[in-house]
Write a protein that binds this ligand. Structure first.
Ligand code: SAM
Ligand code: SF4
Length: 344
């Protein structure tokens, strides 16, 4: 794999205002951290039935390392953190990691993406820790399909987890649905109706080729543009509204408390407004989901690097971000087998 640890001098522009920026004028304030690789599901578009080659614990960032990274990131303009994985709720210290991030000066929002299975028992601790938002990944409302897609059971627990999150009053609860042709595309209206019953944002997400190409090649891709066209046909009264800074195609139906969003995760037509930095569970910075060039932050930490060196590796990584995800993909072969190693 291409990895880099260089922390040498950067062009003055890269240090502009002490923020993370790149050569295309983008400024990055949103850090997504994978806290583990292990998962209690085996979603067909994410990993094979036996899982992937999960790395030993010593190769993954420790809680102390994650807390330190959040603190340093907050000094270079990161204001929003998302914890992901693997399945972050399997991490024994997830509530304490969230609490530390919430208490870090400069961090304004802390979110988490989960498959929801463990939410019924963990939601309260996360609320007490100060978590602002939960994204729950759920691709079907049908029990037998849930078993096909995740290769496990648990739909009712995920729905219970969503109810717990809503009852506890998290400021943001979203449902991530990877929309796939001939798989769950007939459930679009059922998911839209969730926004009538609950103040949730349902996000329809394009399938991406991050699964060692098992599902990607089987014609299931449902393009965002087509999703928007189909939604507009099904619901002519759909009205565009503002979403969060990372959402662009957001809609609402009159009288429905929730919102509907479409995320062109594969089409990549929103790269010019990207604000994201990613950190893999084994401590590599990825400046783009589609980039194969990674920056080894774990090595900097474990070689005794100081805060300035950590900040400089972030600055270097982001300064070298390519213009868009297409260009990043053109530059080389993906070496990671699954999204569970990158965090989504
Ligand atoms: N386990 C947690 C979960 O499922 O929410 C967090 C990690 S998971 C890798 C993060 C997100 O990536 C999930 O919403 C999942 O649906 C999405 N994802 C995984 N593989 C994908 C793929 N090939 N295409 C599109 N989304 C994918
Ligand atoms: Fe696990 Fe999330 Fe991958 Fe599904 S998408 S297998 S829940 S990491």
């Amino acid at each position: 794999m291409d990895t880099f640890t260089e922390t040498g001098p950067l062009p003055t522009a890269a240090l502009k205002d002490g923020f993370l920026s790149d050569q295309f004028g983008r400024v990055f304030n949103y850090l997504r951290i994978a806290v583990n690789e292990q998962c209690n599901l085996r979603c067909v578009y994410c990993m094979p039935p036996g899982g992937v080659d999960f790395q030993p614990k010593k190769e993954l960032l420790t809680t102390r390392e994650i807390n330190r990274i959040v603190r340093v990131a907050s000094t270079i303009g990161i204001t929003k953190i998302r914890f992901t994985g693997g399945e972050p709720l399997l991490h024994p210290q997830i509530a304490s990691i969230v609490r530390a991030a919430v208490g870090t000066p400069g961090i304004e929002e802390v979110h988490l993406t989960t498959n929801g299975l463990l939410l019924p028992e963990k939601a309260e601790a996360l609320k007490l820790a100060g978590l602002h938002g939960i994204n729950i990944s759920l691709d079907t409302l049908d029990d037998s399909r849930f078993r096909t897609i995740t290769r496990k059971t648990g739909l009712l627990r995920v729905l219970e987890g969503m109810e717990s999150a809503l009852e506890l009053g998290f400021p943001s609860v979203k449902i991530n649905m990877v929309a796939m042709r001939g798989f769950n595309d007939d459930e679009i209206t059922n998911f839209v109706e969730l926004t009538k019953q609950h103040p949730v944002t349902v996000r329809f997400i394009e399938l991406m080729p991050f699964d060692s190409h098992q599902i990607w090649k089987t014609g299931k891709f449902y393009q965002a543009e087509h999703l928007i066209a189909d939604l507009t046909t099904l619901y002519p009264e759909l009205t565009p509204v503002d979403g969060s800074s990372t959402e662009h195609h957001v809609f609402r139906l009159p009288g429905y408390p929730g919102k509907i969003a479409v995320i062109p995760a594969y089409s990549r037509n929103l790269c010019s407004g990207c604000t994201r930095v990613r950190l893999t569970a084994d401590g590599y910075i990825r400046n783009c989901l589609y980039s194969h060039r990674e920056y080894n932050l774990r090595q900097v930490l474990r070689n005794g690097g100081d805060d300035r060196e950590i900040a400089n590796l972030f600055k270097t990584a982001m300064w070298h971000k390519l213009e868009d995800g297409w260009e990043a993909q053109r530059r080389g072969e993906e070496h990671r087998e699954s999204m569970t190693q990158i965090g989504g």
